[in-house]
Design a protein around this ligand. Structure first.
Ligand code: GLY
Length: 331
């Protein structure tokens, strides 16, 4: 399976599906490979050709920092990477975001590719070239948009994914189909998520990856349509920010599920109730533990805030989203 990410008639990236054992062949085209990976999946990574070096990363949000990116750059320098090298990021969104960012600044930018091992990264984080790190407890405040050579999706990794991480990814899967419900994939996803397996998920994961790939191709730098992929994220980033301040444990996907429900309440309260029921069936938590007043400051300091207003992605119906600038008192 392969989907090209096409921008202006040019293929800028590829999303490829296949078994993990197919990865080494894909890398034969590159003279130097540098592996950045999540230790938790190291045993599943096959032997890679032209490997010049490798480094494992700590995958916590706290470690998703400029300091870690600089350490990655130092390891790449010590390995003697030339500008012809490719960085291969194997892991979840934290790993692919940091490795992609390190590759984007090393020697003014070398190639990188992503091998997402979490559901969240397969359907969202590892596709589309958004790379970066957290800064001063604000999520992804520093970063760059730079497309990977390819994203290699293998649903085999889902077999060993912890349940909580799986449910986090489920939120981004549902988000994608709430934006683009071609072939009633939202309804199918809710059904599949009530009793999921890598086999039943495979087609849906690839369908979601295809939706994202085509949106990114049309709007790689988020000047228009790509904003829709942020459905629920303005609330979610504020929820994650608040959780960090309070020392609470809320994953990105959990915050996204809560954020989608909060944004649906702004635009279509009846739909919000239906989504809440669907999300609960799909094993997602939907109740935001913080009052809106606690979320407002972080929302309006979001990197997407403009002139005191923030662009919210609003759901009019399933598959029908619009964006609107809202001020704090309109929330
Ligand atoms: N995660 C949203 C995007 O990549 O645009």
């Amino acid at each position: 399976m392969q989907i090209d990410v096409v921008n202006g008639g040019k293929t800028v990236s590829k999303v490829i599906g296949g078994p993990v054992s197919g990865l080494p062949d894909l890398l034969l085209a590159y003279p130097e490979v540098f592996l950045i990976y999540d230790e938790a999946v190291s045993s599943a990574i096959p032997e890679l050709p032209s490997l010049k070096g490798s480094v494992a990363v700590d995958v916590s949000e706290e470690a998703k920092s400029m300091d870690t990116v600089l350490l990655l750059c130092r390891s790449m320098m010590e390995a003697g990477l030339s500008r012809e090298a490719i960085v291969l990021a194997v892991g979840g969104g934290i790993t692919t975001d940091m490795a992609g960012f390190a590759a984007s600044i090393f020697k003014r930018g070398i190639r990188y590719a992503t091998v997402p091992t979490t559901l969240l990264a397969m359907v969202d984080a590892a596709i589309g070239g958004k790379t970066g790190v957290n800064f001063d407890s604000y999520k992804n405040m520093l970063g760059a948009i730079r497309q990977p050579e390819f994203t290699y999706i293998s649903s085999e990794f889902l077999r060993t994914l912890p349940e909580r991480d799986f449910r986090s990814g489920a939120a981004e899967l549902l988000k994608t189909f709430l934006i683009d419900n071609t072939s009633s994939n939202y309804e199918k996803a809710v059904e599949v998520l009530t009793n999921p397996s890598p086999e039943t998920l495979q087609d849906l994961v690839f369908a979601a990856a295809a939706v994202k790939a085509s949106i990114v191709g049309r709007d790689p730098y988020e000047k228009g349509e790509r904003v829709k992929l942020n459905l629920g994220h303005t609330f979610a980033h504020a929820i994650e920010h608040e959780a960090r301040l309070r020392g609470d444990d809320i994953t990105h996907g959990e915050a996204v599920a809560m954020g989608i429900i909060l944004s649906a309440r702004l635009s279509n309260p009846a739909l919000a109730s239906r989504l809440e029921e669907d999300f609960r069936r799909a094993g997602l938590r939907t109740d935001c533990p913080y009052p809106l007043d606690a979320l407002r400051p972080a929302m309006f300091f979001d990197k997407k805030a403009e002139g005191g207003k923030v662009r919210f992605v609003l759901l009019r119906d399933i598959g029908d989203v619009v964006t609107e600038f809202l001020s704090p008192d309109e929330i």
